[in-house]
Design a protein around this ligand. Structure first.
Ligand SMILES: Nc1ncnc2c1ncn2[C@@H]1O[C@H](COP(=O)(O)OP(=O)(O)OP(=O)(O)O)[C@@H](O)[C@H]1O
Ligand SMILES: [Mg+2]
Ligand SMILES: [Zn+2]
Length: 511
């Protein structure tokens, strides 16, 4: 007999409908053939499904079986094919007679038939609704996630025999529903707050400027000075995400398997931290298991590069495309997948090899030549792309215990939101959103300087010899500072502050 069961295949963060077709013939030698470009994990499905079905006393493996996954022209991968394959087999063997054309199945099976949660259930459910499918059957632990989506009946089960019981009418089945109030809860549930950062006026100011104009930022400071602490709090001062951004972010987190609060869309901007030892796959994502990497997980949030100077040039090259286009394209084994990757880049490094150059508390033990050599690495193509550099000085124990808490994230976020609104209005015809995205023509139009500012820039330029790139960074950052000030034009004080955040240009000059 023949059966057809619906499921999905993930392409990037979108789900494509797949037909699982099973044909069990009455005559012939036992065989189990899979066709239709099944890749690694799907091939393994065969063994898991066989074992799970045998444990439920379904014994039709003495017959010739053909399994086809259609459309045949896309490679399919993922353990979530287990459940639709198992149901297809049971239906083809004649044990399920119910019409399955308006139901989609997703789930991994253990060898004894338990259903295990899988990644990517949210995009699959969204895709099911837009394909007009009425029901989705998922592992119990994915029920909440699927139920975020309206317009479809979501059933969650703990094992295969429950699913079969439901399909033959022996079992009611648990329908997942989430209260509207929970779905629409748009409170921001961050577990850190800028309030926790004491003192650090300069670094806090740099972070607020960066968030206000969506500028990239580098923090230079000694170990323990609070760089990571500050970076982690930058997502909390960025404005709340739009609904569209929330949906896209939640889809990425679903596919990456990092969704935490499954009954609601992700509202919080993510902090994704990478280290120079992070593997390329963890960084950019892989096509083998269709998982987005740290760069995409940071979509609409912050990508933090700790120990910035230790990164290989190739990794920094990889960051160019997302920094310019907001997407990352992963090509591997004849397959190309594109993941969204629009993030704010925040980096951190020490000021010298020992880490304590310029530290008010601990003495640096490096020689002058060591410091110079170290600093010469802070140049080059990626460095040119960083708008704001700030020195983070460490606080001593007395300061840490006596200084009161700083301003809260909410207070800062409200100011940042205002500055974003100013930019949205300014750029409404320009197809950009933020000062950091300005091209030369926008800079000419929106960063006109008065005579005083021109003279000031000429004066500092004589001292530091800014490159053309640095020069336009100064103008962009000054534009943001002027916006924060509510000023129509850029004034000398705005330029002066922007110049203060080009520390490494000043170093280059000292070399
Ligand atoms: N300004 C501050 N206010 C409150 N606590 C602070 C501050 N600066 C540092 N701390 C404390 O010191 C700890 C270490 O800070 P953090 O890990 O952010 O330093 P770091 O600059 O990233 O160091 P490293 O270079 O070693 O990565 C923090 O977890 C926090 O407890
Ligand atoms: Mg750190
Ligand atoms: Zn040192």
């Amino acid at each position: 007999m023949f059966s057809k069961v619906l499921t999905f295949h993930l392409v990037g963060i979108d789900a494509v409908l797949v037909d699982v077709e099973v044909d069990i013939r009455e005559m012939g030698l036992p065989s189990f053939t899979v066709v239709g470009l099944a890749e690694g994990a799907v091939k393994e499905s065969k063994e898991r499904v066989k074992s799970a079905l045998k444990n439920l006393n379904f014994n039709f493996f003495s017959k010739p079986i053909t399994l086809n996954l259609a459309p045949a022209d896309i490679k399919k991968d993922g353990s979530h094919f287990d459940l639709p394959i198992a149901i297809g087999l049971i239906a083809a063997a004649g044990f399920i007679t119910k019409d399955l054309t308006d139901t989609v199945f997703v789930g991994e099976l253990s060898l004894d038939g338990d259903l295990r949660g899988v990644n990517g259930v949210l995009p699959m459910t969204l895709s099911a609704v837009s394909s007009g499918i009425k029901n989705i059957i998922v592992p119990y632990e994915n029920g909440q996630e699927a139920a975020i989506v309206d317009g479809i009946n979501v059933y969650g089960f703990k094992n295969l025999s429950e699913v079969v019981g439901f399909l033959v009418g022996d079992l009611e089945g648990e329908r997942f529903k989430i209260e509207k109030s929970q779905k629409e809860d748009d409170r921001l549930l961050y577990d850190v707050d800028f309030m926790d950062v004491k003192g650090q006026f300069l670094a806090r100011r740099a972070a607020e400027i960066a968030a206000s104009g969506m500028h990239n930022m580098l923090m230079i400071g000694s170990p323990g000075s609070g760089k990571t602490m500050i970076a982690k709090r930058i997502p909390t001062i960025l404005p709340p995400m739009s609904l569209e951004e929330s949906i896209e972010t939640t889809k990425i987190h679903s596919v990456a398997g990092i969704l935490k609060n499954k009954g609601r869309l992700v509202r919080e901007r993510y902090f994704s931290s990478i280290h120079h030892t992070t593997s390329d796959i963890a960084l950019i994502g892989g096509t083998r298991d269709a998982r987005p990497g740290a760069i995409s997980i940071a979509h609409n949030g912050v990508l933090f590069l700790d120990e910035f100077l230790e990164f290989k040039r190739t990794v920094l090259e990889v960051l160019r495309q997302p920094m310019e286009d907001g997407v990352i394209t992963v090509s591997r084994a004849n397959r190309t997948v594109t993941y969204p990757a629009k993030f704010m880049l925040v980096a951190a490094c020490n000021p010298c090899p020992c880490g304590f150059y310029g530290d008010p508390v601990k003495q640096c033990v490096c020689s002058e030549i060591q410091v110079k050599r170290y600093r010469s690495r802070l140049s080059g193509p990626l460095m040119d792309r960083i708008d704001i550099h700030v020195h983070v000085a460490s606080l001593n124990f007395d300061e840490l215990s006596s200084i009161p808490n700083g301003e809260s994230s909410e207070t800062i976020r409200k100011r940042v939101e205002q500055v974003h609104l100013i930019q949205r209005e300014r750029f409404k015809k320009d197809k950009i959103y933020f000062n950091s995205q300005m091209a030369e023509k926008h800079i000419k139009k929106y960063c006109q300087l008065n005579q005083d500012s021109i003279s000031l820039l000429e004066k500092v330029n004589k001292k530091y010899h800014f490159s053309a790139r640095s020069y336009s960074k100064i103008l962009k950052v000054a534009r943001t500072i002027a916006d924060m000030d509510g000023a129509e034009g850029i004034e000398t004080k705005h330029i002066m502050e922007a110049v203060k955040f080009r520390i490494t240009d000043q170093w280059t000059n000292e070399l």
